[in-house]
Every structure is written in structure tokens, then in C-alpha cells.
Design a binder for this molecule. Structure first.
Ligand code: PLP
Length: 389
């Protein structure tokens, strides 16, 4: 192999354990504990002289080692930790590095918003929120007391693009860490660490898992920032289970094939919807008039599988459109093989309330699409019939 194999080669081969029987895939070590030859071997691991399996909740399990090596390789990171969900990954990360205060830029997943707005403040962690349009206030927000900037890019549900390098410059001038949730883009399309971010977090439930059958999370970055998170994961008890780790390893081997197909179909759907008379606006970074297109061209290799529509219809008519879809499933989440549609105002962003939704530009006429792996013509036919063509 080359010294630095390409992305697709890393997806297939990085981290995989050589097994005594010649299996090409890492076996599932479905065991909670591991036997030692003697006490000196236990101490070698506990005192950091050797890496070895001890106890699965610690993450010291060979299947997890394989997964974490592959996850690190995909983000070009020195280290990675795998979790039982994306929220588990975020919680451990914020508890480790966010206690000095967190600024969240742009829209984020509802669970992340709840953690940041309600739960971390209960522990005395100050949190602040800026819209993408308010990004010029980032320096002042950091000066008011925060050591970590967090954002998703592209964002949910407006698929806005945030300039990672520009945020990193402001944050690093203040000595703050930059954490990017790379779930929507996936490492196929975007490498936040190379753009200046300090840590990357994923809901691996989405594109990394890619089959709607895995709930998992990951944090990737330099050892000095990832290793302290390990202790929180250990005692929160949120390491990924070995069987789930094996499913995620299975998924990562096909990540580029899936995401490249989703990129292409999403762009085709976005272009077709932009021409439709009952569609007022399409949010997709691949469209030249979509917010953030110029930044996306600089920082993304592909534009992702998410497309958001604003229909030229009332909220009730938009609900009727979503309910008429047959091939698109009315379901939250994203990144799986099946295409999904959701009206954010009445699902993922319902909890924000009408005033906050209006402030964030999340109208009742908005529909978020997660484009799957079906034939583009079938997806377009379904959207067309639901739009009354
Ligand atoms: N980050 C993003 C962008 C998400 O969309 C989600 C879930 O929808 C999460 C984090 C949380 O991930 P999980 O559901 O795996 O806990």
C-alpha cells in the first residue's frame, strides 16, 4: 500500500484486524472482559506502556480499536473515540472541553440545542447562540466568556454553509477550540480538521452508518484533545457496543460509494425542484444561488445528500404535500438508503416554537429531504405527484 492510501482505500482497509483464520473483516469481540497472562500485563495497559483489551466499557476491546483506527483515518486525525450515539459523543466532548463556555453558531440538531440551551447551563456551563447572519459577533461572544465554538456545516434544516477557516481564525485568536459537527457533509465531502477545526464530531447514525440500522457517534482529532474525552466516556458508560461497532465497520467500507451517489442524486433533485412552479426556493449548497455556495465550493468536495424546499404553498398545503409522498418516507434522521421527507416546523424543529422558528427562517412551508439511493427518476416522480403535477 502507498504510505498514505487514498480515502476509499482507507475506508476499506484502515484499522481492520488481521485474524488468525484469514477473515478480511474484523471479528466481533462480543465479550465484556478479557483474560491476562499475569498482573504485569494488566499494569502495562493501565500504565499506558501497552495498548490491549481489558474491559469493553473502557473501549478497550479489539473491535472498538479497529473501528476507532478507521474513524480516525477517515478524518485524517491522530485519534478517534466511538460512542453509542451522536449525543453521547457531544455530551462527553462538551463536558471535557466546553466547561469554560460554549458559543453555538447557526442552527443545530434539536437534541444538541436542548443540551446546550437547557442542560449544560444547569451544571454552570455558560452557552450562547449566534445565527449564521450574526457571525460578526463571534469575537465579542468569545470575549464574554467561552472557550469553545461549536457548529454544524451544512446546517439543519436550511443547509447553510459556515466558513470553517474563517471561524477558526477568530476562535484561535481568542484561544478557543473549534468543534465541527460533520454529520451532514460526511468525511467524503468535507475535512474540517484540514480547514482549521480542532475536533470533529459525528452522529454516525447518519451517513457513516448509512443503512438506518446503527445508532452511534464519534469524535476525531489530535491525541491531546481526544484522550481527555476518553475518561468521561468511560464513566458516563457511553462507549459503542462491539456488535454495533462491527456494523459501523461494515458501513464505512462503502461510505464513498454511497455518499457520492447521494451527492449526485441530491443535486439532480435540487436542480429539478428549483425549476418547479410550486417550489419557491431550494436550499442546497450545489445550487449557485443557495446561501453559502461560494464557501461550499472552497471547503467541500461534494455538496451532500440533503435538500430543503420552501414550497409556494401554505403550511397546511405543505403538510398535505408531505403526506402525499409515497416513496419518500415521512421520517426524521438522514443518510440512509431510503429517501426521507420531514416538515421541520412540525417535527424536528417543533420544540423551538413559532417565534424562534420565524427568527431562524424555518417556515411552515419548508420540507427537508434526505436523499437516499433510489433511482433519481423515481424520486422526482414521487415529488412531482405530491406537488400535483
Ligand atoms: N448531530 C446532528 C447533525 C444530527 O442530525 C443528530 C441527530 O439527528 C445528532 C447530532 C445526534 O445524533 P444521534 O441521534 O446519533 O444521537
Amino acid at each position: 500500500m502507498n504510505d498514505r492510501p487514498g480515502f476509499a482505500t482507507r475506508c476499506v482497509h484502515a484499522g481492520e484486524l488481521d485474524d488468525a483464520h484469514g477473515a478480511p473483516h474484523t471479528p466481533i469481540y462480543n465479550t465484556t472482559t478479557f483474560r491476562f497472562p499475569n498482573t504485569a500485563a494488566v499494569l502495562d495497559i493501565l500504565e499506558g506502556r501497552a495498548k490491549g483489551a481489558i474491559y469493553t466499557r473502557y473501549g478497550f476491546n479489539p473491535t472498538l480499536f479497529a473501528l476507532e483506527e478507521k474513524l480516525a483515518a477517515l478524518e485524517d486525525a491522530a485519534a478517534a473515540l466511538a460512542f453509542c450515539s451522536g449525543m453521547a459523543a457531544e455530551s462527553a466532548l462538551f463536558l471535557t472541553h466546553g466547561r469554560g463556555g460554549i458559543v453555538c453558531v447557526g442552527d443545530a440538531y434539536g437534541g444538541t440545542m436542548e443540551l446546550l440551551a437547557s442542560q449544560l447551563p444547569m451544571l454552570g456551563v455558560p452557552t450562547r447562540f449566534l445565527l449564521v447572519a450574526e457571525i460578526d459577533r463571534l469575537d465579542a461572544a468569545l470575549a464574554a466568556g467561552a472557550g469553545l465554538v461549536f457548529f454544524e456545516t451544512p446546517t439543519n434544516p436550511r443547509i447553510e454553509v459556515i466558513d470553517v477557516a474563517a471561524v477558526a481564525q477568530v476562535a484561535h485568536d481568542r484561544g478557543a477550540l473549534v468543534v465541527v459537527d460533520n454529520t451532514f457533509a460526511s468525511p467524503v465531502n468535507q475535512s474540517p480538521l484540514a480547514l482549521g477545526a480542532d475536533l470533529v464530531v459525528h452522529s454516525a447514525t447518519k451517513y457513516l452508518g448509512g443503512h438506518s440500522d446503527v445508532t452511534a457517534g464519534a469524535v476525531m482529532g489530535p491525541k491531546a484533545l481526544v484522550e481527555p474525552i476518553w475518561n468521561w466516556r468511560k464513566n458516563l458508560g457511553t462507549a459503542i457496543a462491539p456488535e454495533t461497532a462491527a456494523l459501523l465497520l461494515r458501513s464505512l467500507r462503502t461510505l464513498p460509494v454511497r455518499v457520492e451517489r447521494q451527492n449526485a442524486t441530491a443535486l439532480a433533485v435540487a436542480q429539478a425542484m428549483a425549476r418547479h412552479p410550486r417550489v419557491a426556493r431550494v436550499f442546497h449548497p450545489g445550487l449557485p444561488d443557495s446561501p453559502g455556495h461560494d464557501v461550499a465550493r472552497r471547503q467541500m468536495r461534494g455538496y451532500g445528500g440533503m435538500v430543503t424546499l420552501e414550497l409556494a404553498l401554505s403550511g397546511a398545503q405543505t403538510t398535505a404535500f408531505v403526506d402525499r409522498l409515497r416513496l419518500f418516507a415521512l421520517a426524521a434522521s438522514l443518510g440512509g438508503p431510503e429517501s426521507l421527507a420531514i416538515q421541520p416546523a412540525f417535527s424536528t424543529h417543533y420544540g423551538l416554537g413559532p417565534d424562534e422558528r420565524a427568527r431562524r427562517g424555518i417556515g411552515d412551508n419548508m420540507v427537508r429531504l434526505s436523499i437516499g439511493l433510489e433511482d433519481p427518476a423515481d424520486l422526482l416522480a414521487d415529488l412531482g405527484q405530491a406537488l400535483g403535477d
